[in-house]
Write a protein that binds this ligand. Structure first.
Ligand code: MD3
Ligand code: FE
Length: 206
């Protein structure tokens, strides 16, 4: 049994810790992420249709998700610099450890949503072991999150994720279709140019 602290809510069976990061911690994590972005500049992966995604991504940890005309996969070196990705920030590791203590994550994928950016419904299934959760941390502007079932046609449910919220996807939900429909741009002052950062902590290797 996981012990939660903070305001834990179970929204549609999904554990969400509202305000897991307080405002000062959100600033600390944001500062760490600026350093990550300096070492590993964000880029826009290609969709399956040959159009760049509206979200920019980068990563901390051993692995980063990547997509080009050859398909999608996890990579261990930055596509432009060839350098390894920087270490996962301490507060991100703390969020993972609130849900999973057997092993630490080897990937902290960082998604940056500018005004109008969205993420279509998809599954995350490029990791070796679906027995580990995916833990998400939201920073900056609120996002309307949508989650359905393991089949694309299953009905979906939606709720808002706000800055400081942490959510875990595990068990039956680990292979559920999910996405981000929209961002309430300009609501939060955390990020200089507005928008939203989402961190997903993952275990990519077995
Ligand atoms: C449900 N990111 O990076 S995080 C992704 O807010 C991704 O940027 C979204 O989907 C974002 O792949 C949603 C929440 C999330 C992450 C992983 C999941 C939900 C999930 C894996 C399985 C089911
Ligand atoms: Fe996903």
């Amino acid at each position: 049994m996981t012990e939660f602290f903070g305001n834990t809510e179970t929204l549609h069976e999904i554990p969400v810790i509202r305000g897991f990061l307080d405002p000062v911690q959100q600033q600390e994590l944001r500062n760490d992420l600026r350093e990550v972005a300096r070492i590993a500049p964000p880029f826009s992966p290609m969709t399956g249709w040959g159009k760049p995604m509206s979200v920019q991504i980068t990563a901390a940890g051993q692995f980063c998700w990547y997509s080009d005309r050859k398909g999608y996969r996890y990579i261990e070196a930055h596509p432009q610099t060839g350098a390894a990705f920087p270490a996962i920030p301490a507060l991100a590791l703390a969020a993972w450890r609130a849900f999973e203590t057997r092993v630490d994550p080897d990937c902290c994928l960082i998604n940056h949503y500018r005004e109008g950016a969205r993420m279509g419904l998809h599954q995350d299934r490029d990791e070796a072991d679906f027995g580990y959760p995916v833990v998400s941390i939201s920073l900056g502007d609120p996002a309307l999150f949508r989650i359905g079932g393991v089949e694309r046609k299953a009905p979906t449910r939606s709720f808002w994720l706000e800055s400081g919220d942490v959510m875990a996807l595990q068990g039956d939900q680990r292979l559920a279709f999910h996405g981000i429909d929209r961002i309430k741009f300009g609501q939060s002052a955390l990020l200089q140019k507005g928008g939203r950062l989402n961190l997903t902590l993952r275990r990519v290797a077995p």
